[in-house]
Design a protein around this ligand. Structure first.
Ligand SMILES: [Zn+2]
Length: 116
């Protein structure tokens, strides 16, 4: 049985995946996205000459770079779309609960009125 721990990114408690006992980031969309950015940064720090090397030895490298940044932008757009959808869903649920409460109160009030 795994124990609850606090997410390194957002600080909220979460249960780590049983297949990934060393998990330090919760599975929320925001935190997973942040983790992706961090991984990319770390990789670049580990391979500081990678881009330079490629640029001087491979003429198609610039094109690859361009393609890669386009891919990234596409993923980024997808993330934003998911993010917005998640929030829309949350808002929808909120409004549904709100209306349900509203109707309940309204019925209660109307039911309490004296009948003639
Ligand atoms: Zn988190």
């Amino acid at each position: 049985m795994s124990e609850e721990r606090n997410c390194k990114s957002c600080g909220k408690p979460f249960l780590p995946n049983k297949y990934r006992p060393n998990q330090t980031i919760c599975s929320s969309l925001e935190c997973q996205y942040q983790r992706q950015l961090d991984n990319m940064k770390k990789w670049r720090e580990r391979n500081p000459n990678y881009f330079k090397y490629k640029e001087t030895h491979d003429s198609s490298w610039k094109e690859t770079c361009r393609q890669r940044s386009l891919d990234w932008r596409k993923r980024h757009q997808e993330y934003l779309k998911l993010y917005r959808e998640e929030h829309r869903e949350r808002h929808k649920n909120y409004m549904r609960d709100y209306m349900r409460e509203y109707r309940k109160k309204k019925n209660l009030r109307e039911g309490a009125e004296p009948t003639r």
